[in-house]
Design a protein around this ligand. Structure first.
Ligand code: FAD
Length: 430
């Protein structure tokens, strides 16, 4: 069999490796329009900030990858068309355009960071962070221009991680967020601690405001707070799925603008699968379609698709969007539905908030940890949970994630028996 994959990073590289586990015979051709395979998008802010010193740490060697999984990897090759009738893709590289047949086609083209339609957003000191090329562009600009100020437009996960990165490089950083608080999808009780921590580290946060223009003389104009100096500007205002290829091929696009797939990852064409940031999936709590631009769901979808190609009947039930983000010394995480998703789905829910110390108060290093839980008022089932604190956030959120998956109730949560000792972490006290 001939398997062809579009996109060689989060979903594409993973699905290739999974398919090879089950099938040693098939040919696998991966086409990637950029120059890197299987790199860690998630690691890029840490390379920019110098926490990961060597950029090669997050970039696997293409030859090693091809050998390990016995795949034909074609970097700098863009798939520009799908001929569904003859089952072939049209591929373009620097010099030529050619046709490659497939038995099974898998689309993992990802998404792109949105560029706002405002004057100056494409000036040379304006950046986005999605690809290694864009990361290198940022690194090169910083090296050559030694910026002393930066504005980050958008206070979501990437905005927060990049604020830390730029501040570590001694660049005075301001986050401008349109909503009432950074990490706006989270409950304010949770995001508040993160905002305070960022501010205590010198990050300025402007909320309920928008950037309306970027100028050549390194100024950023805002709607309500006048002009700010910004030697560099990073736009991190969201991800849009890359669906051009799918649309051109007349594959069905879902209501949230991602490629529509069924519970085994098949698109509206029975020979074409799709996964990752480009697809629309079902939220397991609300049953509503949504997009989940996160690595874990992409990996799970890759596993499901590879199994189905191998004839193993495994379904993908959807995602509950479990995620975690760190800014300096504060971590926020969420799983399940947010309050706005529950409202949109017309689910009648209650909310509990709680603050305590993450380990025994008398033991050094005790810090407040906050938890919010949303639950169904009729069944008492946990529908969503969010945690914010310095340490121990991952432990709580993963327990709550399992609870939601297994349909646990708030009363059962009270019965949970957890591992306890005064210290909760390995830390050097003396
Ligand atoms: P990608 O990994 O983006 O891969 C898509 C690839 O397809 C791209 O390389 C693109 O060039 C290629 N492509 C597109 N169209 C074509 C075409 N026509 N022909 C050939 N190639 C094509 N997720 C987490 O869960 N935790 C994190 O901490 C986290 N941090 C992140 C930090 C940053 C800065 C970024 C940008 C993302 C982060 N993510 C994180 C999200 C995660 O990286 C994505 O969800 C994941 O990479 C999605 O995989 P994908 O295959 O859909 O897209």
């Amino acid at each position: 069999t001939k398997v062809v994959i579009v996109g060689a990073v989060g979903g594409g590289a993973t699905v290739a490796s999974q398919i090879r586990r089950y099938d040693k015979e098939c040919t696998i051709d991966i086409f990637e329009k950029n120059g890197y395979v299987a790199f860690s998008n998630c690691g890029m802010p840490y390379v920019v900030g110098g926490v990961v010193e060597d950029r090669e740490e997050i970039i696997p060697d293409p030859e090693d990858f091809s050998k390990k999984y016995d795949v034909r990897l074609h970097l700098h090759h863009e798939v520009i068309d799908i001929q569904r009738d003859s089952k072939a893709v049209i591929v373009k590289n620097n010099t030529t355009t050619f046709e490659i047949p497939y038995d099974t086609l898998i689309l993992s083209p990802g998404g792109h960071a949105v560029l706002p339609d405002i004057p100056g957003s494409t000036l040379p000191h304006c950046f986005r962070l999605r690809t290694i090329e864009q990361m290198d562009h940022i690194l090169q600009y910083i090296k050559e221009n030694t910026p002393i100020s930066a504005v980050i437009v958008g206070g979501g996960a990437i905005g927060v991680e990049m604020a830390e990165a730029l501040q570590l490089l001694q660049i005075e950083t301001t986050i401008i967020e349109r909503n009432k608080h950074v990490m706006s999808r989270l409950d304010p009780f949770i995001s508040e601690g993160l905002a305070k921590d960022l501010e205590s580290k010198g990050i300025s946060i402007i909320t309920e405001d928008e950037v309306i223009e970027v100028t050549e003389d390194n100024q950023v104009a805002t709607k309500h707070n006048g002009n700010l100096q910004a030697d560099m500007v990073l736009f991190s205002i969201g991800i849009q799925p890359n669906t051009d290829l799918a649309k051109k091929a007349n594959l069905t696009i879902g209501e949230t603008s991602g490629i529509k797939v069924n519970n085994v990852g098949l698109t509206s064409d029975p020979s074409i699968y799709a996964l990752g940031d480009a697809v629309e999936v079902i939220h397991t709590v609300t049953n509503q379609p949504f997009r989940v631009p996160l690595a874990w769901p992409a990996h799970r979808q890759a596993f499901v698709i590879a199994n189905n190609i191998a004839g193993n009947n495994i379904a993908y039930s959807g995602s509950q969007a479990t995620n975690i983000v760190k800014g300096f010394d504060y971590v926020v995480a969420s799983t399940g539905a947010t309050s706005s998703q529950l409202k949109e789905a017309n689910i009648h829910f209650g909310r509990i908030e709680h603050e305590s110390k993450q380990h025994a108060g008398y033991y050094p290093g005790a810090h407040p940890i906050r938890i919010v839980v949303f639950f169904d008022k009729a069944t008492m089932k946990i529908l969503g949970a969010q945690v914010g604190g310095t340490t121990g956030v991952d432990k709580r959120i993963d327990v709550l994630s399992a609870f939601i998956l297994l349909g646990g109730t708030v009363d059962q949560l009270a019965q949970l028996e957890i591992a306890y000792a005064p210290p909760s972490l390995l830390q050097k006290i003396h």
